[in-house]
Design a protein around this ligand. Structure first.
Ligand SMILES: [Zn+2]
Ligand SMILES: [Zn+2]
Length: 166
């Protein structure tokens, strides 16, 4: 009987507890449709990688986000993690990027964020930079050159205004 062949419980090899299948995350690549280890153990594992190597964790999450947005992600996790390990400061404003988890999902002025240099749809090693969140928000839909020119204009116009009111 096919119904009987599907067990409703399985044993987690990590904690060695037998738990209902609902206590295992869904995973389509597994024969029973559930992750091999239980939710509790999986969460612990995830937290360990999160604190042990936050840049790598960030790389994985960021890649997945961009895939979901429909971008063509050609940069591998290793390549992006390497870039994350190398990038200590925002290339636009020079702020030191914070590569330590703060323990919440909020965005801070020194939170790293992925920039597509030419603002195209493709994410590869040539097109990807890691910059601070405010610069990425300020850059918006601009290319690198467009953003730098806009900043130049802000300095020029705002600087002149300030001079004239002094
Ligand atoms: Zn377990
Ligand atoms: Zn910046």
């Amino acid at each position: 009987m096919p119904e009987e062949s599907v067990p409703l419980k399985k044993k987690c090899p990590k904690c060695r507890r037998t738990r209902p299948l609902t206590e295992f995350y869904r995973n389509r690549s597994q024969p029973d449709g559930r992750h091999p280890i239980c939710r509790v153990c999986r969460l612990k594992e995830t937290q360990q990688t999160y604190t042990a190597d936050y840049p790598r964790w960030w790389s994985r999450v960021t890649r997945n986000q961009h895939k979901r947005y429909g971008h063509k992600v050609l940069i591998s996790i290793d390549e992006l993690a390497n870039l994350a390990h190398e990038t200590t400061h925002c290339m636009y404003c020079g702020v030191e990027l914070r590569w330590n988890p703060r323990g919440d999902d909020r965005i801070y002025p020194d939170s790293p964020s992925l920039d597509r240099y030419d603002n195209g749809n493709v994410l590869d090693t040539k097109n990807v930079r890691i910059i601070c969140h405010p610069c990425n928000a300020g850059k918006g839909i601009d290319t690198y050159e467009g953003y730098v020119n806009r900043c130049r204009n802000v300095v020029k116009i705002y600087g002149e205004k300030r001079k004239s009111t002094m």
